[in-house]
Design a protein around this ligand. Structure first.
Ligand SMILES: [Zn+2]
Length: 210
């Protein structure tokens, strides 16, 4: 299966593939993305329609995985899943709305199956997933409480510090750490699901439905 992965850093994309492969139980092949100038939010949101069209019309990619950081936006919850209750300040809801709009307009291509999709949001950043099993205080619940004004023992910056030893890591340091963390987490996906049920859970439920 050819799977294209887009996230805010190429280092994270290699790590995410390890997690996706662990869920599927086999190794996926990499698939090409169109050239991208920037991978941060809101660039990812803005280029998403053209990425989906590129993959559908110009490649034989089977599936597309998209992961963004939530930063300080609202954390997705079961309430958002109710009909017509997508929340504009939730990135998962926003990305789902965009993909639904775009895929609804794609013309069928002969011999091409529909592109499979999986969307996840790392709360507040992917380094929080990497801290899973290392720092038990890091979770979606802890961050949701922080957004509600309660004390929290970590920040986005401290998560980066804890992961890489600096909040401005080189791509080599970032990649090496991300791969190491993903390899460890691939052996305990249940814990990652438990501590990050909305943003990581959504991703995994999408993949399991492929
Ligand atoms: Zn939502």
């Amino acid at each position: 299966m050819k799977v294209a992965i887009l996230s805010e850093s190429e280092a994270d994309e290699a790590a995410i593939r390890i997690l996706i492969d662990a869920v599927l139980g086999y190794q996926t092949e990499t698939a090409q993305l169109p050239p991208l100038r920037s991978r941060g939010w809101p660039s990812v949101r803005n280029i998403l329609p053209s990425v989906l069209k590129f993959l559908h019309y110009q490649t034989d990619t089977d599936a597309f995985v998209l992961i963004v950081d939530s930063d300080d936006s609202a954390v997705h919850s079961a309430e958002h899943e109710r009909p017509s209750n997508q929340q504009p300040d939730c990135r998962l809801c926003q990305l789902r709305a965009i993909t639904a709009d775009v895929t609804g307009t794609l013309r069928p291509v002969p011999y091409r199956n529909d592109l499979k999709l999986a969307i996840g949001v790392a709360v507040p950043a992917i380094e929080a997933w990497y801290q899973c099993g290392v720092n038990r205080q890091v979770s979606e619940l802890a961050w949701t409480r922080k957004l509600q004004g309660q004390p929290c023992s970590y920040t986005r910056r401290s998560l980066k510090q804890a992961a890489y030893g600096t909040d401005r890591p080189s791509i080599e340091i970032e990649t090496s750490y991300a791969l190491q963390a993903a390899t460890r987490l691939a052996g305990d996906l249940a814990l990652l699901m438990q501590l990050f049920p909305a943003g990581f859970g959504a991703l995994i439920r999408d993949v399991q439905a492929w």
